[in-house]
Ligand binder design. Structure first.
Ligand code: LRH
Ligand code: MN
Ligand code: MN
Length: 388
């Protein structure tokens, strides 16, 4: 196995974008519990996200969701973020909450509805220009509930046409990432259900169109690291929405349900050249904290990603390759498992301290009094417009 010291410089490159909506109240269709101190404005969400970065040095940017984070002046919002030590990142479009989109958005049979959805993306691109954001992330709720309800081929063709118009509008240094999800809210078919469809759609657009992989958007038992490998191999992995799930799109804390899966994913990311500042693969969280404290939940999340990244980096790839080539099945498996079973927490704590951070970010945040202060200051916090 490699030594922790040998991988520490790579760890310093890690950046994990936080979703603004993780800081709002969220829940299920059964109940949304409120949390004291919940942000009331996009500015307060950004201020909370900045706390996560302050204690972990892992999350220098915050993703916005439009219109959930609608403001009058995005350049001013960007300046506000900078003052708090973070930048504004990915802009997420939202075509899943208007009545107009009941039967689809970019795939709709009515050209006027499609244009409304395209115009919303143009507005998102204008926001990106004001905030300096690189990525436009598109997730579509489009789909049908019953066989025969829609012409699934026609919908795919209209999707391509709509995406092309959006892609043509993004700037030279901007990218479009298309997220897939196997079901929900549509249950019979979804227009972008899997990586293959997302790949086919973005490949037809051009180099700056890529796939976004949300770890919670696969059927149980799916080998997600295989998809990671394939997309990296094809040069089309643009970004991750990290979270974890037991059943469907649970949006639980990444690495909480299955840290081994997160390790396997990160191992393939590293293997495929998807790790590091220049890799072009953006790490993001896409989570909700329904019953736990949100800022502490985000701190736990980025630390989970960091821990599994460190373990993935520890794998002795030369020895692994030799074992693989020699047909040493158990030897190869053992090399991977050695790295996975290594508790990197003490090394990470010491390394943080060497960089002027608290060894235990969770404890440092808890001791700061920030949570009590926002609970006292903020009354009537915002509900994230997103249930389960
Ligand atoms: C859809 C999704 C998508 C949305 C977010 C709130 O399930 O993963 O990324 O933008 O949740
Ligand atoms: Mn997502
Ligand atoms: Mn999701």
């Amino acid at each position: 196995m490699k030594s922790f010291a040998a991988v520490a410089t790579l760890l310093a490159e890690q950046e994990i974008e936080l979703p603004s909506w993780a800081f709002g109240n969220s829940g299920t269709r059964f109940k949304v519990f409120t949390t004291p101190g919940t942000p009331r404005t996009p500015q307060e969400k950004i201020a909370d996200a900045a706390q996560v970065h302050k204690y972990t040095a892992l999350s220098p940017s915050v993703a916005l969701h439009i219109p959930w984070d609608k403001v009058d002046d995005y350049a001013a919002l960007s300046a506000f973020a900078q003052e708090h030590g973070v930048a504004l990142g990915t802009i997420n479009s939202n075509t899943f909450q208007d009545d107009a989109y009941k039967f689809g958005s970019l795939t709709h049979t009515d050209a006027a509805v499609r244009q409304k959805a395209i115009d919303h993306h143009f507005e998102c691109i204008d926001i990106m220009d004001a905030t300096g954001s690189r990525d436009l992330k598109i997730w579509l709720a489009d789909g049908t509930n019953y066989p025969g309800q829609g012409d699934i081929r026609g919908r795919q063709d209209r999707l391509q046409e709509s995406l092309q118009k959006i892609y043509d509008r993004i700037g030279e240094n901007q990218r479009l990432v298309l997220e897939y999800k196997f079901f929900e809210p549509a249950f019979y078919h979804t227009d972008v259900p899997d990586w293959g469809t997302s790949y086919a759609q973005v490949a037809a657009l051009g180099d700056r169109a890529l796939v976004c992989l949300d770890t919670g958007h696969h059927a149980p038992g799916t080998n997600i690291e295989f998809i990671v490998m394939q997309l990296l191999r094809l040069g089309k992995l643009g970004s991750f929405d990290f979270n974890s799930r037991f059943y469907a799109d649970d949006d639980l804390i990444v690495g909480a349900a299955d840290p081994f899966q997160l390790f396997r994913i990160l191992f393939e990311v590293v293997r495929g050249g998807g790790y590091g500042a220049d890799s072009g693969v953006a790490f993001m969280l896409d989570q909700c904290h329904n019953v736990e404290d949100k800022i502490a939940g985000q701190i736990r999340s980025v630390l989970n990603v960091q821990e599994m990244t460190a373990r993935a980096l520890l794998v002795d790839t030369d020895t692994l390759k030799a074992a693989q080539d020699a047909g040493d099945v158990l030897g190869a498996n053992g090399i991977l498992m050695d790295a996975f079973y290594t508790d990197v927490r003490p090394d990470l704590a010491a390394w943080r301290e060497s960089r002027g951070l608290a060894g235990d970010p969770t404890a440092a945040y808890a001791a700061s009094g920030y949570q009590a202060k926002i609970a006292a200051d903020r009354v009537g916090g915002q509900q994230a417009s997103w249930g389960a």
